[in-house]
Design a binder for this molecule. Structure first.
Ligand code: NAI
Length: 335
């Protein structure tokens, strides 16, 4: 039997490293393409039966209908979130869709904590200062995390891991989730209403998925109902925050610190080296001009453990779907 051909979009050297390593067990024929999947490229598909995509690939209804025409049977997301795939269209065309539901919740939770600690204790500034022989402390004043109230929106895999870490700092943890979890509650997290969470948190961290209901969850109105001087962390999806409203809240000092690993227009910027380029996105440029804003480029997942898990789970799901077998991990199968 000919090996299954997979076209892997948005490929980076580290994707190739981990997929090649774990593909030894399967022998699939994987072709790596640097470009993202979208209407501009979908026609290059020839006899590949599977495509493997990441967070910023555009797997719209239009793209899916071309994939179906080309004979693609599987769309494998090598990430957890699937807001960029039209699942209804995939279902309509009989294309199976899988994802990696929880490759390393700790990786993302730990990065959210890194954003808080960096913004608060300004280690990034201290590092640069001291290299310039500036040993002054002026401007580096932080606050104790112990005793602060941390609000967690979405207490699923990542949110609950984040709660456990923040609990160890001595914080009071309050959570809001459409489906509260008993184990999370038993670990000492108090579930409250969204209004209460917004009004009483010193730090708010977003860990819910992006969907129609959560799009622009953080907007002019919700920002106004937060404590003045709140710290806001988003490692989930950029579309949860209305960035224009956020800029106003930073200007008025309603938000004292903003740490984001995701950005609503990130697909034009993130995962690329744009050194020397003119950035046309004025919104991100305005955000980057604030001294109290820390942006990382969707790197929260980026640990060795997570990349190993992503490659292993993705290849296994593709193998099982291709052979028409029952998947081991039902949460991995979306359609
Ligand atoms: P999960 O599915 O385990 O948890 C999400 C939680 O959000 C669930 O408990 C769900 O009930 C809750 N939720 C859903 N709608 C909500 C709403 N309207 N309000 C409040 N809570 C709501 O997902 P997981 O693994 O914890 O991932 C969360 C998000 O993190 C993903 O959707 C993804 O967008 C993002 N992510 C970001 C990564 C990065 O590198 N920055 C890497 C992996 C995931």
């Amino acid at each position: 039997m000919k090996p299954l051909k997979i076209l892997l979009f948005s490929a980076k050297p580290y994707d190739k490293q981990f997929f090649d390593l774990y593909n030894k067990a399967y022998g699939f024929q994987i072709e790596y393409l640097e470009t993202h999947l979208g209407p501009h490229i979908v026609n290059v598909i020839q006899d590949e039966k599977a495509v493997c995509v990441f967070v910023n690939d555009k797997v719209t209804g239009e793209v899916i209908s071309v994939l179906a025409r080309k004979g693609v049977k599987i769309i494998a997301l090598r990430c957890a979130g699937y807001n960029n795939v039209d699942l209804d269209a995939a279902s309509l065309h009989g294309i199976r869709v899988c994802r990696v539901p929880e490759y390393s919740p700790q990786a993302v939770a730990e990065h959210a904590v890194a954003l808080i600690l960096t913004l608060n204790r300004k280690t990034h500034k201290a590092y640069n200062r001291i290299r310039e022989q500036n040993f002054s402390l002026t401007g580096l004043l932080g606050f104790n995390l112990s005793g602060k109230t941390v609000g967690v929106i979405g207490t699923g895999n990542i949110g609950s891991a984040f709660c456990r870490i923040m609990k160890a700092f001595g914080c009071r943890i309050i959570g809001y989730d459409l489906s509260p979890r008993l184990d999370v509650e038993q670990s000492g997290v108090e579930y409250v209403t969204m209004e209460e969470l917004l009004a009483s948190s010193d730090i708010i961290s977003l860990h819910c998925p992006l969907n129609e209901e959560t799009h622009y969850l953080i907007n002019e109105k919700t920002l106004a109902s937060m404590k003045k001087g709140v710290t806001l962390i988003n490692t989930s999806r950029g579309g949860l925050i209305n960035t224009t409203d956020m800029i106003q809240a930073l200007k008025s000092k309603q938000v004292a610190y903003l740490g984001i690993d995701v950005y609503e227009q990130e697909d034009k910027l993130f995962f690329r080296d744009l050194t020397g380029s003119i950035i046309e996105d004025d919104v991100i440029q305005r955000l980057l001009s604030f001294p109290n804003v820390l942006v990382t480029a969707h790197q929260a997942f980026f640990t060795e453990e997570a990349l190993s898990e992503i490659a292993q789970v993705t290849l296994k799901s593709i193998d099982q779907l291709y052979k028409g077998q029952q998947a081991d991990n039902q949460q991995a199968i979306l359609v």
